[in-house]
Design a protein around this ligand. Structure first.
Ligand SMILES: NC(=O)c1ccc[n+]([C@@H]2O[C@H](COP(=O)([O-])OP(=O)(O)OC[C@H]3O[C@@H](n4cnc5c(N)ncnc54)[C@H](O)[C@@H]3O)[C@@H](O)[C@H]2O)c1
Length: 278
């Protein structure tokens, strides 16, 4: 017996048309966040560029408005500050796509890792993602189907990338847990929650990490020099690799995908274990 005909399929081009949708991106003044905001604006979404650096967020939003002519807005948002998170969602309300991109990183071996630094990383990378996701869910109104949260986790959400990352790796494992936990609770409302796990990319923040001095016991420049050579694709990740992954995940092309972590890493987490066989 032939399967009954399904509904007419939407044309492919319409799947990438985000006009009429609103996206809020955190940490969007530079790096991955700006690249993500740029592709979402190009796809026609109204983009709210947020960052703890208000001036840079305003500048980034103005650049997007000039380039794409669409509706953009900006706001100061420290994602770890509950009052600020509540105020920003109260101001913009009913957001369709939340991209939890803002995050902080540093390199310290365990004996040099202070409690203050451990807490600083958790506060932004874990508490920040929790606060924004919670407020998104609280303010998303009645028309929830098709709304999406994308968390920018890391290959460190899957396992430690290198020494000096206990604080960061644990924070990104927590982002994996937040992704799965929120996805289970929001799936019945038609809301999808996923993570992208980028490999190393030379963003402004990464460059500052590499050039900003070497904490005891770690040669960061040498660590990064070796990454492209050890990556199966033989190159670092680009900011647009990640932006295109986010575009896919918020689009109806990913309608069947939720609660999952997608590496955008040139294959570095998929290669054979070094030393497993001769
Ligand atoms: N660059 C990489 O190699 C890499 C790899 C994997 C994952 N990531 C993740 O990607 C995300 C973006 O990283 P990036 O490399 O673009 O960093 P970046 O430092 O270049 O940019 C981060 C942005 O976040 C903002 N920010 C910092 N703290 C904030 C806070 N409390 N509230 C709001 N905004 C804040 C900064 O002002 C900056 O504009 C982070 O979550 C990071 O952990 C980066």
């Amino acid at each position: 017996m032939a399967a009954p005909p399904g509904p007419a399929l939407p044309p492919i081009a319409s799947l990438l048309d985000l006009s009429g949708r609103t996206a809020l991106v955190t940490g969007a003044a530079q790096g991955f966040g700006f690249a993500i905001a740029r592709r979402l604006a190009e796809a026609g979404a109204r983009v709210i560029v947020t960052d703890v650096n208000a001036d840079k967020a305003a500048d980034a939003a103005a650049r997007l408005a000039t380039e794409f002519g669409g509706s953009t807005d900006s706001a100061r948002l420290d994602i770890s500050d509950e009052a600020e998170v509540r105020a920003v969602f109260a101001r913009f309300g009913d957001v369709d796509f939340l991209v939890n991109n803002a995050g902080v990183f540093s390199n310290f071996t365990i004996e040099n890792l202070t409690v203050e630094e451990f807490d600083r990383i958790q506060r932004v990378n874990v508490r920040g993602v929790f606060l924004c996701s919670k407020e998104f869910a609280r303010t998303m109104g009645d028309r929830t189907a098709g709304k999406v949260i994308v968390n920018i986790a890391s290959v460190d959400a899957l396992g430690p990338s290198c020494p000096g990352q206990v604080h960061y790796t644990s924070s990104k494992h927590a982002v994996a847990g937040l992704t799965k936990g929120f996805s289970v609770e929001l799936a019945p409302k038609g809301v999808r929650v996923c993570s992208i796990c980028p490999g190393a990319a030379l963003t402004e923040g990464a460059i500052a990490l590499i050039t900003g001095g070497t904490p005891a016991g770690i040669d960061i420049a040498a660590q990064w020099d070796g990454i492209a050579a050890r990556t199966p694709s033989r190159r670092l990740v680009t900011v647009d690799d990640v932006a295109l992954g986010v575009l896919f995940l918020v689009s109806p092309m990913a309608a069947g995908i939720t609660g999952t972590l997608i590496p955008v890493d040139g294959g570095i987490t998929s290669q054979p274990w070094e030393g497993y066989v001769e």
